[in-house]
Design a protein around this ligand. Structure first.
Ligand SMILES: [Fe+2]
Length: 333
């Protein structure tokens, strides 16, 4: 663990007069001067850069600094504006090829996933569990839904200061469970690689393509809400065609997004949307597996406002950690 209280007034920080945000932006500029995202050296350079970076502030002081920076600077183009990957995600550097992102984790974990991008991440504050998986495809239901054999290869604790590489594609599949709230991760990642699929996995091996929902998808959804207030029948027909025109993965990603946040949709229009999705999907074999996976997840409810240890024990029970490992890890949490 890093003693951040002491480092907050470290000599280097005061001597250079740079803020921690400026140091984070400098990390991006440094990498930019050394390599391109297409170079083999990009991932190791990101990793080494993160490895050598030590936060100069404790979290409370950094929160203040970030707040000031956000109000006094024109923010770089934000990578994620509206999703649950970080609450919130904040882009501090973006050169159109890669970003330096901060993710503030309060009450949600990542699913098991692969990446469409590469880079590295570091736990800046807090504590996380890191699970690494191998994946073997067993069956493709559609181009964006399939069944796999998913095997957990390792489980480790990530403490503040620990870094890890991110490799695009199926050779690196992982889940990060954030034990302390908030946990803050710093991630340096490419943003130009659009062709590698990013999969999200369920414990039973089902996988569904992760899709960023476009402005057009959101706009049609909001128009549906308006239309529903004017003419429910016309709105229902509009919504049926809307869902029909989406890929399976877009429907599921939308479905999951709405289960987190209704985005201004009324209960009535949500119900219409839900019924339309169910009428089109409920009888599909993969959707039944998906439905089961959602119901089976978190048999023990994750205690959001309890201790990191309680959160760990609930996750360990839900995902069948070996007893010896639970005993070993619980001592360190
Ligand atoms: Fe990841």
């Amino acid at each position: 663990m890093i003693n951040l209280q002491k480092k907050a007034v470290g000599r280097d920080f005061l001597a250079t007069g740079t803020t921690m945000i400026e140091q984070l932006i400098e990390l991006g500029k440094n990498i930019e001067s050394k390599c391109k995202v297409s170079d083999d050296s990009f991932v190791p350079t990101c990793f080494k850069t993160l490895e050598s970076f030590t936060p100069t502030l404790d979290l409370a002081t950094f929160d203040k600094e970030l707040a000031n920076w956000m109000l006094s600077t024109e923010l770089p183009e934000q990578l994620n504006v509206y999703n649950a990957f970080g609450q919130p995600p904040v882009t501090v550097f973006n050169n159109g090829e890669f970003v330096v992102d901060l993710y503030f984790w309060l009450h949600s974990d990542t699913s098991i996933h692969t990446h469409s991008f590469s880079g590295a991440f570091k736990v800046l504050y807090g504590q996380s569990l890191h699970e690494i998986y191998t994946v073997k495809e067993k069956q493709a239901y559609t181009k964006d839904v399939g069944m796999t054999e998913l095997k957990r290869e390792s489980i480790a604790l990530l403490e503040a200061g620990d870094s890890h590489t991110i490799k695009a594609g199926e050779e690196f599949c992982h889940r990060v469970v954030h034990l302390k709230s908030p946990t803050v991760t710093l991630c340096i990642r490419s943003i130009t690689d659009k062709n590698v699929p990013q999969w999200h996995y369920f414990e039973n091996g089902l996988r569904i393509l992760k899709r960023d929902l476009t402005e057009a998808i959101y706009k049609k959804l909001f128009y549906f809400e308006y239309l529903y207030l004017q003419n429910p029948q016309q709105a229902t027909e509009f919504c049926t065609r809307y869902i029909n025109n989406l890929d399976d993965s877009e429907v599921i990603n939308l479905f999951e997004q709405l289960s987190i946040d209704s985005m201004g949709l009324s209960d009535e229009s949500m119900e219409v949307l839900y019924d339309i999705i169910m009428s089109q999907y409920a009888e599909l074999e993969w959707f039944k597996i998906y439905d089961r996976a959602c119901h089976d997840a978190n048999e023990v409810e994750l205690p959001l406002n309890d201790s990191p240890r309680a959160y760990f024990l609930a996750h360990a029970k839900n995902t069948c950690y070996p007893k010896e490992l639970i005993n070993e890890l619980v001592k360190k949490i």
